[in-house]
Design a binder for this molecule. Sequence first.
Ligand code: FMN
Length: 169
Amino acid sequence: MEVSEAIFTRRSIRRYSNKNVENEKVDKIIKAGMYAPSAVNKQPWHFIIFKDSGTFRKIIEVHKNASMLENASVAILVCFDENLQHDDGYGLLDCSAATQNMLLMAHNLGIGSCWIGIFPRENRMKSMSEIFNLPYNIIPLAIVSLGYPAEQKVTPDRYKEDRIHYENW
Ligand SMILES: Cc1cc2nc3c(=O)[nH]c(=O)nc-3n(C[C@H](O)[C@H](O)[C@H](O)COP(=O)(O)O)c2cc1C
């Protein structure tokens, strides 16, 4: 798939078929995350791959917008290490870039995905730290849910000329 096609046709997919996502595809998705740009090339990310339905249920209980996990094949918690990031705030930016790379690679592989927001909601971050036993320096940013798509979405028109400015505001 061309990069431009991936960018324009990727959509958040929240309904998945029963078909499991192959481990090789999950590996490629993680690898895409690791090829994101990061400040001073610090690559402060960590990824927790999980499939356990008990873990899915725990997350759904504490996160009102994560019900798509009910039928996901696998999910990935994207975190950053505060001790590895370039400076305060950069881990968040680096891991956001990694997460976007992962969504695009998933789409490229025919896998539906959705960014489930954790950061900056304190209650969600605390819940993820408890559920996944995260060390104090590991900050959860997002969950990427993955599964073969059971819904199709059209590409919306989002081009807004009035958001573009030339030379000055
Ligand atoms: C920071 C962030 C947090 C998000 N959190 C959630 C979430 O918790 N649950 C969810 O269903 N979608 C979540 N989304 C997905 C957005 O709802 C989605 O990207 C947006 O509606 C645009 O749709 P599209 O991804 O199909 O282009 C999140 C996206 C971002 C970037």
